[in-house]
Design a protein around this ligand. Sequence first.
Ligand code: GLU
Length: 418
Amino acid sequence: MTKVYNPYDNFLSVLDKAATAIGLSEKDYILIKYPERELKVSIPVRMDDGSVRIFEGYRVQHSTTRGPCKGGIRYHQDVNEAEVKALAAWMSFKCAVVNIPYGGAKGGVTVDPSTLSKGELERLTRRYTAAILPIIGPEMDIPAPDVGTNAQVMDWIMDTYSVMNGYTIPGVVTGKDLEVGGSLGRPEATGRGVMIITMEVLEKYKLDPKDVSIVIQGMGNVGGTAARLLAEKGCKIVAVSDVSGGVRKAEGLDIAEITAFLKGKNKLADYQAEGVEHIDNRTLLTTPCDILIPAALENQIDADVARDLQCRLVIEAANGPTTVEGDAVLEERGIVVLPDILANAGGVVVSYCEWVQNLQSLTWEESDVNATLFKVMTRALTDVYHKARDYKISYRLAAYAVAIERLCVAKKKRGLYP
Ligand code: GLU
């Protein structure tokens, strides 16, 4: 029987390896291994045809050691408990790597949002918010967008939470629209963070962006923004994909045209342009390039795919795109990986900026937001480089090591209650 992929096992495996690499034994980090709290909820929703459907939802709070819980809410048909647990743990580690004062959490609802009407989506969101309401709040746990959710969903969460408390509380959630307390720069923050890390890494390896070819899996908010910003830096984007399939052109795709095409309901499968060929997901991932950027879901680069990759660097814009086995193959093949908890942290960094603005009733200029993002991302990258150099370990283990140390030190200083 083939083993079912469990992303939480992936998290535990990397955690154990990284901790061992820096000389810790399990007793030193046992307190950061498991989620502090897991909530599973049933969400009854009145559908447009008058029937009632029950959806399953989760909110997992992995850690509050370094601050309130922070992390997105995912709407996807494959959402399950193990996935949300892993995503929550990765949030604690991500916030620790970039050194922002948050713990980690994640939420999810098992639903394909594209099958719901706008009214159904709103009722689902409001009822889910009501179900997790006792454990969220600006000082407790602050949700944000993730796969399948967006600013509109965050606005409904903010409204529901505020109505139930009797006054407006913008800081309960980040990634909102500007008009209701969102931050300039937040929608593109994760993609911008990926671009910043990519540019810094190119500099380190003395590569000119103009000579670099890139493949991006996923043209959603993160992949789409990264593609646009990297193309603006002069990189050649040779292949991109969305759920409908991929497109490829060795001389470089016209990303501005594709971005305009994908606005609205268009799918890449219907995109036509001179010299552009249509390819499947595996062909996309194994397309020859300098940098592969997985920007979709977990479990994309397993050992089998990893053996066939034809890139020099992998920059993980998605959460958990590489399996433990895939990672081992990449390391053996000398393919450098910039891990998810570092490379895609731009979103939560600007979420932090939004939350700070909300708590202080201030609005920042976009240039200030982007400058903060740049400072935080490059500082984190330097911390990870140093750790990798000091212990002669991969960037993934180094990023985990930085996070483990910060989490363990905070835990030690706080002590164990009672
Ligand atoms: N969902 C994003 C992530 O996985 C952003 C989380 C946040 O802003 O809280 O990092």
